[in-house]
Design a protein around this ligand. Sequence first.
Ligand SMILES: [Ca+2]
Ligand SMILES: [Ca+2]
Ligand SMILES: [Ca+2]
Length: 197
Amino acid sequence: MVRLLLRLSGMLLIVFLAFLLLVVPLLAGADDSDQSILKTDDLDGDGGMEEYYLLGETLTVKKGEQELWETPADWQIQTFSLGDVNNDGKAELVFSLWKKGSFGKIRPFWHTGKDDSYKNHLFVYKFEEDAFKPVWCSSDLDRPILSIDILDINDDGLNELVVEEGQYQLPITFRSLAVWQWDQWGFFNMKDLSSAD
Ligand SMILES: [Ca+2]
Ligand SMILES: [Ca+2]
Ligand SMILES: [Ca+2]
């Protein structure tokens, strides 16, 4: 009887250990996959799809096994989207990122103060001739961008950029939607435009 109980408790222990070994990593893995975002598109128009991964705070672009591009280590990518945001017929990579300093290497000479603010930015990149190139890069945004959608929200045949904005102070208690449209040289805020009328 005692031997049977010992054997049963031993089996229970094995089942419990198997649970820990098998199920806990699965649960942890589920958390990881929630944090990674995958999108596919053919930005350079070569007929082959690229894969865009946001894992942690790094955005990686791959084509098959080949890695095409990775965002610099000192950028923390918040979110990204793919779409024709400037309505030129080709899709772009649009992303919100956190980084120190507003100007980077091209800081204007008249700006002599400290440039160490850690703020949110919106960058638009295109992919052509095997390289990712900036189309438009914002300086420090007034409010951080938490999500990005590229769609024709007013049915005029042109895409708009619909962003969810938060605030720099934590915890984030304020969120609002903003609609931006590409003009020849950059974005203008359609919401501001309508309220000025
Ligand atoms: Ca391609
Ligand atoms: Ca475009
Ligand atoms: Ca539109």
